[in-house]
Design a binder for this molecule. Sequence first.
Ligand code: FEO
Ligand code: CA
Ligand code: CA
Ligand code: CA
Length: 643
Amino acid sequence: MDHSEDRSTNPWADQRPTISRLVEQRLSRREFIGGALVAGGALATGLSGCQRADVVEPVPAGRLEEGTFRFTEIARNTSETHRLAPDHEAQVLLRWGDPLFDDSPAWNPRMQSAAAQRRQFGFNNDYLGFRPLETTGDEDERGLLCVNHEYSQARLMFPDVGPVQVPELTREQVAIELAAHGGSIVELARHGGEWRVVKSSPYNRRITGETPMEIRGPAAGHDRMKTGADPTGTRVLGTLNNCAGGITPWGTYLMAEENINGNFAGQLPAGHPETEAFARYGIPGGWYRWDLHFERFDVGREPQEPNRFGWVVEVDPLRPDAMPIKRTALGRFKHEGAESVVAPDGRVVFYMGDDQRFDYVYKFVTAQPFVPGDAAANRDLLDEGTLYVARFDADGNVTWLPLVHGEGPLTAENGFESQADVLIGTRLAADLLGATPMDRPEDVEPDPAGGRVWVMLTNNSRRTAGQVDAANPRANNAHGHIIEIREPGGDFTATRSRWEILVRCGDPGDPAQGATWNPSTSDNGWFGSPDNCAVDPMGRLWVATDGNEKTGANDGVWAMETDGQGRGTGRAFFSAPIGAELCGPKFTPAGDTLFVAVQHPGDVSDDATFENPGTRWPDFEAGVPPRPAVLAIRRKDGGPVGG
Ligand code: FEO
Ligand code: CA
Ligand code: CA
Ligand code: CA
């Protein structure tokens, strides 16, 4: 979702010490050392290992040969359907409204009901996780696909709404929207090449905006978490706005709650103690009028309900009857994702972005180590650990600042009475620590074998020349950039790391954009607005975009070279149908299937509707609206996707 976050709520965006001069010195020195120029005068990042040794260590031996892509690029396009690199094929696997259970009603978008939607695949698929299962019969491969459904769009879901941005829906329509949020867990099996949905699987599950869930960790039971419906502060109905996510090393599915502010409307009572925090979180956003039918979405009547959203939710896909759990130790903000890696000492590190202009990058380090095969030992690992926020220094260091009550400024004098206050108001705590306001952090993904972490910074057209800094070097950053973090010696728990910019996105042929790509990047290989990403089993980076239409072409998936002479080269692999953003990307463990999620196809403008969309992908039937859908991409010869 790109269009919704058009302003910052970070009052510190303007007030940081300006380090832009230092940065420019550093960058110009490095770029001079690198030497290579791309068209338009932008500078390459494809420096050899020794030439960039002042910034990061060389890539481990043996990975260069593996880390190259061998596919023919597709052309930039504005097609009504998806396009894919030659020698690959894509199968439409799951569409909005598809039945997930033997008793699911068939999808009828002109007669939709909340009861039907609760048994069908939700709207606007985003994160995709794949949890392999052992094969038991004649299938070649089995697994559970864990899918987030980020948000609902009434004008594209209902035939009678029209191009209204904040419609006043019926109670049943709001209930349909709540049922279309959340997530789906779906068993897949593969026979030969084709994947199929196993509708009779006992693991299939819908999680919605009304599914009962537990609240655990340091903020559970705190007074600020209590409501009229839940005087304990430990139970909540539903998860909302699940953007990216993660699969933990112990096989659970993490759903990251992102733009939760938009669901709330109404007016906070004058002088309410949440006033400052609500302003920092943009609550109430008023993007929906659910408050007209559901009191808990009216901040005037239930002012603490928003405190129960904006968390990371853990779901055990093997226990379909177990309640999802909101894990408060991981902080509360507009969580984009929660991808993780096991550090050398066994502790688990989760990387997370807070997706808003001028917000921050975080990591959470569990207190206890992951114990392979010991479900009981791992079950509550996410309740205890340290949350850190990143300060990107001009000298190439990342300093990870702990959000721990009683340390530094996080004390009662500054409004933090406990760790619960630090977590419920994570953004306010991170502000006081001096974290670096970034150009909208989206997905952050570690490369377990390489000791690196890639940070997608999607764009920030509001950054002014006076707000430019080392890690966010462009004013009016319309196309975003990608930062590479290197954890020292592969120790992901480190509190001091190194960073550098991998690419500045945009058109390298337009000097005004200041894009930096490896000069071997073709006219199709550059892109804008990186959002989701994936690291394949060979450690190769793939980037999905949300907003590439600002460059005149559809969103899609690009392969990104990160090593050797090709470092900083983009290669166009897949494009989504017009109007869609591309989410998900997730590889199977063998790397022979890439799942992608096409979100909001046909949403070419605010005037796009059910009856008048930009495309009717993927069904292309008269009168049938476009349907967000998941595709399974394979190479025709069964080899690794991307060659
Ligand atoms: Fe939901 Fe940050 O994209
Ligand atoms: Ca986005
Ligand atoms: Ca996203
Ligand atoms: Ca990802």
